[in-house]
Design a protein around this ligand. Sequence first.
Ligand code: PMV
Length: 309
Amino acid sequence: MTVAYASGKVILFGEHAVVYGRPAIAVPVTQVRAQAVVEGAAKGRGIAIVAQDLGQTYLLDQTPPDDPLRQIVVLTLQRLGVGLAHDLTITISSTIPIARGLGSGAAISTAIVRALSKYFDKELSPRAISDLVYEVEKIHHGTPSGIDNTVIAYEVPIYFVKSQTCEALRVKRPFIIIIADTGVQSPTKVAVAEVRRAWEREPSRYDRLFDQMGEVAIRARRAIEEGTIEEMGHLMNENHRLLRLIGVSSPELEDLVRAAREAGALGAKLSGAGRGGNMIALVSEETEKPVVRALREAGAKHLIVTEVK
Ligand code: PMV
């Protein structure tokens, strides 16, 4: 039996603009994770994928070709050069909330790739893992930037530019982020497609906003590397203002962002695709508890406190 894991992730700066080639910053969230277990099965059974959380079992042979679980298994076995003729059970489970901007899909795929490569004793680099997961993300998310699969495969804070740069970020002073869930599911694909339509209608306005978000990400990188945490808070607020202007905030996100700021957060913004999902607040040790309380009172459904280091 072989077990492997992959953590969740959160985008600190630059979501949406990253799809259009501007830089973004993301960090792993190790408090939540996906797990994949691979074990041998009875001869002739073929490959079965058991989704424990859903209580469902899929036989690879009978799964539609465009199914994401089937695809990641097939692509990985091909990449490992071991063929598809195996009798295996792959059991997956996850504590990462689905469709909330925490990278649940990419984490499940990553855990499967890691578990299969371990099972067949063939090592894959983080880059190879990220590339495999990206193939599946592309089929299901339209035009993903690749930031999710990259940060989850490398499991370190990253500064990312689509198809160009992925650099590990040196965090000078660890900082605390509260991730708060609006409870509203928001599929990334839908929000990304709507932003694309808006960009097509008003390209120069949207390009200007994306440029400003890119500038914020560049300044945020400096703030993280120099340990100027207050500056990071201002930049989060500025990034949120720009995200509102491209139309991806929502009343629930606004309530949580306001509550966090009023309770003393250094900065707060929506995170990920928006329209629902999560927001993040930057806090000090002193303001962590009051901000957690304020977010709960403002209706947050689920909270994660994580230290970025
Ligand atoms: O999966 P989410 O909700 O974190 O959103 C991904 C971030 C986007 O920039 C909106 C899309 C992308 O592909 O980068």
